[in-house]
Design a protein around this ligand. Structure first.
Ligand SMILES: Nc1ncnc2c1ncn2[C@@H]1O[C@H](COP(=O)(O)OP(=O)(O)OP(=O)(O)O)[C@@H](O)[C@H]1O
Ligand SMILES: [Mg+2]
Length: 471
């Protein structure tokens, strides 16, 4: 990368560690390069879209982060909370720089650039803007930054559209865009429709990396006005259940089984479209089972409490290995209740970026749809336990009672979700597949919890034990 004269790279260190979305917090890093990708607007503000390269001290790996700044010639006190620094820019002169996502006047420049792409891709300020047909964009809507925990940054433009600005970027197609595009072209009712995206062309392919030089920087999509987060909705249902000790899960005011069933339908429809629109193939079940064995090998030393269940897990993975060839396709890749939104018009699935820990090349590989199914099944289990954990005022007897009722809630919603997804009873092979993927996920969770939240590790361990006992 070429340097970006005028900016002292050390301004980015303190700024990055202050943001919500920076994934490298706690690690020692240096800013190894700063590059200007595009400049939007003609003054007060100018939106400078920067690509910041970080090199980590522990393993010398690098990461690229997108950092859009908004520049003013004079201090802009309404943006004091988003101040990044001030310096002399060789092209623009003296600038006071702010985090552009906090600045309505700057986010408006993105929206206006999408406006210029109404009749086809448009180059604006060095970036290329694309639109998908079918929506009349509200170009006057004011931008508001989402406040929730997020690894990217999203701006709602009124009630019309949402711009998700990707933070950690790589050269190559972002599946959040390509998957949303395919589902939008198929007029799927199960996602927020894609309205457009913005990219930058020009990254030299790194040795051994993807040959694409296009970096996807942001995605504009339908704003889901009436949306409630699926995870929050599930927690509310569990809370209602626990609040009334007389009621069984099916009688409780917050019974979730209808929603769980509709979620199963939604996922089935999404998978069907993705099967049509992307490449499909098969993977030998023995290969998939081998990967699960290998993950278990790696997990056992980290989470030794898995050991009593090792034999049962290995037997399950061996059964999977006997299933011949497994169909694989484009999937969500990181599905859980937090990736679903309930709207007045039904469930929508969001965030098709895939599993954050995987490389882009891995995330683009076709995968088994049962991985998504297993993700949802595990999420129901976590919802019940998350609420249970908030009841630390209860004595052991009362806790045992809500655990029992929570287990009933989980079993009921998993059953409704699965039956809807599969359109009836699962075949024995499908049962093996979904159980193996669920076990594999719980093994992963056991490692994650041991490392990050040791008091939660009994949640996935109990799931592993249940699977072991039933196979
Ligand atoms: N189209 C939409 N309309 C309204 N709200 C949305 C829309 N898409 C996403 N959201 C909300 O924004 C949140 C963040 O979106 P998303 O998961 O796509 O971002 P992300 O940065 O990839 O998040 P994460 O860090 O969890 O991966 C979602 O949980 C949802 O509540
Ligand atoms: Mg994401």
């Amino acid at each position: 990368m070429s340097g970006h004269p005028g900016i002292d790279p050390t301004v980015f260190g303190p700024y990055l560690t202050r943001t919500r979305w920076f994934g490298g917090k706690g690690r020692d890093f240096a800013v190894s390069d700063v590059r200007r990708l595009g400049l939007l607007g003609d003054g007060n503000p100018v939106l400078d879209v920067l690509l910041v390269e970080l090199t980590y001290a522990d393993d010398a790996t690098t990461e690229l982060y997108q950092v859009p700044l908004s520049y003013y010639t004079e201090p802009e006190h309404r943006l004091d909370h988003a101040f990044v620094g001030w310096w002399g820019d060789p092209d623009l002169g003296w600038v006071h720089a702010y985090d552009a996502l906090h600045d309505r006047a700057a986010t408006r420049l993105w929206l206006q650039a999408f406006g210029a792409a109404a009749d086809g891709p448009a180059e604006v300020g060095g970036l290329v803007f694309h639109r998908t047909p079918g929506h009349d964009l509200d170009l006057e809507a004011a931008g508001t930054l989402f406040t929730g925990e997020q690894s990217n940054s999203s701006i709602a433009f009124g009630e019309d559209s949402v711009l998700k600005v990707f933070r950690k970027v790589t050269a190559g197609p972002n599946p959040d865009i390509t998957t949303h595009e395919a589902l939008t072209l198929a007029d799927s009712p199960d996602v927020a429709h894609l309205y457009g995206w913005v990219e930058w062309r020009g990254l030299e392919p790194a040795a051994g990396a993807t040959s694409s030089t296009t970096v996807h920087l942001g995605m504009l999509q339908q704003f889901l006005r009436t949306a409630t987060d699926g995870w929050d909705l599930a927690l509310t249902s569990v809370r209602n259940l626990y609040a009334d000790p007389e009621l069984a899960a099916r009688e409780a005011g917050g019974d979730f089984s209808g929603e769980a069933g509709r979620l199963g339908d939604t996922l089935r429809e999404v998978h069907a479209v993705l099967r049509e629109r992307f490449e499909t193939s098969t993977v030998p079940a023995s290969f998939t089972a081998g990967q699960m064995h290998a993950r278990l090998d790696a997990a056992l030393p980290v989470a030794p409490l898995l050991a009593p269940h090792e034999a049962a897990l290995r037997a399950l993975f061996d059964r999977l290995a006997g299933l011949g060839d497994l169909p694989v396709q484009r999937v969500h890749g990181d599905l859980h209740l937090g990736q679903t939104l309930r709207t007045a018009l039904g469930w929508k699935i969001v965030d098709f970026e895939g599993e954050p820990a995987k490389t882009l090349a891995e995330r683009l590989l076709p995968d088994s749809p049962w991985r998504d199914v297993a993700g949802m099944l595990r999420s129901f289990d976590y919802a019940a336990h998350a609420v249970e954990r908030s009841h630390d005022e209860l004595d052991e007897t009362a806790l045992a009672e809500i655990r029992l009722r929570g287990a009933e809630w989980v079993e009921r919603n998993q059953r409704y979700f699965l039956a809807s997804y599969a359109g009836g009873d699962l075949t024995p092979d499908e049962r093996t597949l979904v159980t193996a993927y669920t076990a594999d996920k719980a093994v992963y969770e056991s490692v994650y919890e041991t490392r990050n939240r040791p008091t939660w590790v009994d949640i996935p361990l109990a799931a592993v034990a249940r699977i072991g006992a039933s196979t």
